[in-house]
Design a binder for this molecule. Structure first.
Ligand SMILES: Nc1ncnc2c1ncn2[C@@H]1O[C@H](COP(=O)(O)OP(=O)(O)OP(=O)(O)O)[C@@H](O)[C@H]1O
Ligand SMILES: [Mg+2]
Length: 291
């Protein structure tokens, strides 16, 4: 059993003092600083206390995996980190700016400039090409057309999809669609990338390919990455694992030796030639049926 599995199953316990977090003073390398953040959803009759005093520091260049059972507050945390929502109580500093007090417009502005999102369901615009999808955040930011195309091409190349810029999402595999989504998240040069179960809809090889891209961006660009995952083996590609339970940080531990996506990919069997195989197989089946 690995560490992620052990903490997920709650059979690994950190030293006592680690569970009562007291944050050190602010320093400029703190990209994210949460101070006793609470989130209460008020849906008329019931109140849901989704986050219960989360204090957290994430520094530039970290690669963090957030784990925890369903309903433990992971997406709520990501929404707050991504300035899609505000804490009910507590403070959130993004690159030193207290964003918990900003107006909706100010939040939208920060979100567009500083944060890249990657979702489980890719969320691409179906009628737009790969290139146009990646251009979208730049369009919102008012970047001129020529510059948009140049930067979108660069981002697509960074995820290995330079040859797919004219393809539409339905002409791309799941892994390729997720890479377009990563390029779109990258194109604004954000300070952080937030990914909520980015490999949730992908098979195991494609998941490792996505993790390889994340590891490369983290290393080469010192990009700060935060991903939510339910999969122990995916969490092991990160450098740090934060486990949530009941709206609180239950464990927060470094991954001593993160998995190397590049090495694991190299050791995996090559991609199946599924189209041709399927053709043969179908031929075989129809042959059988014909008898
Ligand atoms: N918009 C909302 N309105 C009301 N309650 C909400 C809302 N979003 C989340 N909740 C509640 O807050 C709690 C935390 O939800 P959250 O989505 O953060 O969990 P999660 O850890 O992401 O779970 P999962 O692994 O299933 O995605 C849950 O009890 C959920 O029902
Ligand atoms: Mg969630």
């Amino acid at each position: 059993m690995d560490l992620a599995e052990a903490i997920q199953k709650d059979i690994w316990h950190p030293r006592e003092e680690e569970s009562s977090v007291r944050l050190p003073p602010y320093t400029p390398d703190q990209v994210i600083r949460l101070e006793r953040v609470h989130k209460v959803y008020n849906t008329g009759e019931v109140e849901v206390h989704a986050l219960r005093g989360v204090s957290l520091l994430i520094k530039r260049g970290e690669f963090v995996a957030v784990m925890g059972p369903s309903g433990s507050g992971k997406s709520t945390l990501m929404n707050i980190l991504g300035c899609l929502d505000r804490p009910t109580r507590g403070r959130y500093f993004l690159e030193g700016v207290d964003v918990s007090t900003l107006s909706k417009n100010e939040l939208a502005d920060i979100r567009n400039r500083r944060i890249g999102f990657v979702f489980q369901a890719f969320n691409l615009v179906p009628r737009a090409s790969a290139l146009e999808n990646v251009e979208l955040p730049l369009l919102y930011a008012g970047v001129p057309a020529k510059e948009r195309v140049r930067r979108a091409r660069e981002a697509l190349a960074a995820v290995g999809l330079a040859d797919k810029e004219r393809s539409f999402p339905n002409q791309l595999s799941g892994g390729q669609q997720q890479r377009v989504a990563i390029a779109r998240a990258l194109v604004n040069n954000p300070s952080i990338i937030l990914a909520d179960e980015p490999t949730g809809n992908l098979d195991s090889r494609t998941s490792v390919e996505v993790m390889e891209i994340f590891q490369r961006l983290n290393r080469e660009r010192n990009l700060t990455l935060i991903i939510v995952t339910h999969e122990h083996d995916i969490a092991q590609y990160a450098k740090r694992i934060i486990l949530f339970r009941d709206g609180r940080v239950r464990h927060d531990v470094p991954v001593e030796v993160p998995r190397e996506a590049r090495e694991i990919l190299a050791a995996m069997p090559p991609e199946e030639e599924s189209d041709e195989d399927l053709g043969d197989l179908e031929g075989g089946f129809s042959g059988l049926r014909a008898k």
